[in-house]
Design a protein around this ligand. Sequence first.
Ligand code: 9UX
Length: 71
Amino acid sequence: MENIILTVKGMTCMGCVKSVKNVLEPIPGVAVVDIVLESGQVTISFDPAKAGPDQFKSAIQDAGYEVVGNG
Ligand code: 9UX
């Protein structure tokens, strides 16, 4: 298992947090998604053999939020 932290812009309430969680959690290989609303930090624990950062970024962007960086 590997961890990545993405910084996401545009989440303004816990509903947004839930929306982002809901698009990431079903991705095969994703084990844990932890989101801090205030900082926009999205921590994803995943199996690198099955999923990766590009896929996470696309899913977040498709949900209507902006990925502004790693870490
Ligand atoms: Mo909260 Mo996010 O009511 O788009 S869900 S602002």
